[in-house]
Design a protein around this ligand. Structure first.
Ligand code: NAI
Length: 237
């Protein structure tokens, strides 16, 4: 694993930060694509994943300076809370563009390097809300359902090239995104009340997602592809 180069999008905060830290610890060379600076021992690229030229340029730079990327974790995402009838086309497009198109653009830029290497690992961070639905988040839920579908389609198309593509839909992970939603009163009775109805009786930690990602990108996970690997304390099955 030591010579592998991984790109983690949205690696400056929350789940992406924990994933980047874990992959560094696992011995991978990690490049973080995020408009915000990151504190991990990873190379940082100021990239908006919904901007094709920024993505293409940064992937080319990673390949030239760090080596061909053969691990890609599409974690960058934004949330949104509105009743469906109040969602504007701009609201809709913004979430679809970052969460789904951003994932697509990063896959398109990185997969050619994986094909050349005859090896690739893609982990797309979707959301448990796409499994169960979520009120006030129909645009977000739709974008993440798209990520699950994209994962399955790419797994079929690129399995013969040695590339696996899986998705982790996190559920209820204690991150700045979750706490911001709670602070705005968007989580109903809040995090503590949700813990009481979570089978394992705790909120998830970013490290829980990082642990699963670490396994899915390892050599030994080569027979796992096209899968939806829930990490949610039993909140969804
Ligand atoms: P967060 O808000 O703490 O971190 C998101 C990171 O993505 C930030 O560093 C941000 O700068 C970056 N980002 C946002 N837009 C970007 C763009 N256009 N290009 C590049 N980077 C961008 O959020 P959190 O909670 O760590 O979420 C990470 C992923 O997990 C997201 O895709 C989110 O939808 C998903 N998720 C989180 C859940 C939770 O309970 N926290 C539950 C289900 C899914």
């Amino acid at each position: 694993m030591s010579e592998r180069v991984a790109i983690v999008t949205g690696g400056a905060s929350g789940i992406g930060l924990a994933i980047a830290e874990r992959l560094v610890k696992d011995g991978l060379t990690v490049a973080v694509f995020d408009p915000n600076e990151t504190s991990v021992g990873a190379a940082h690229y100021a990239v908006d994943v919904s901007n094709k030229s920024q993505v293409d340029d940064a992937v080319a730079t990673v390949a030239d300076t760090l080596g061909p990327p053969t691990v890609l974790v599409n974690n960058a995402g934004v949330d949104g809370f509105k009743p469906f009838l109040q969602i504007t086309l701009d609201d809709w497009n913004r979430l679809l563009t970052v969460n789904l198109t951003g994932t697509m653009l990063c896959c398109q830029a990185v997969i050619p390097h994986m094909i050349e290497a005859g090896f690739g690992r893609i982990v797309n961070i979707s959301s448990s809300s796409a499994q169960g639905g979520q009120q006030m988040m129909s645009h977000y839920v739709s974008s993440k359902a798209g990520v699950i579908g994209l994962t399955k389609a790419l797994a079929l198309e690129f399995g013969p090239k040695g590339i696996t593509v899986n998705t982790i839909p996190p559920g209820f992970i204690d991150t700045p995104m979750l706490r911001a939603a709670e602070a705005k009163g968007l989580l109903g009775p809040g995090v503590d009340a949700a813990i009481a109805t979570t089978p394992v009786r705790r909120a998830g930690l970013p490290e829980d997602i990082a642990n699963a990602t670490s396994f899915l990108v390892a050599d030994e996970a080569s027979y796992i592809t096209g899968q939806v690997i829930g990490v949610n304390g039993g909140r969804n099955t």
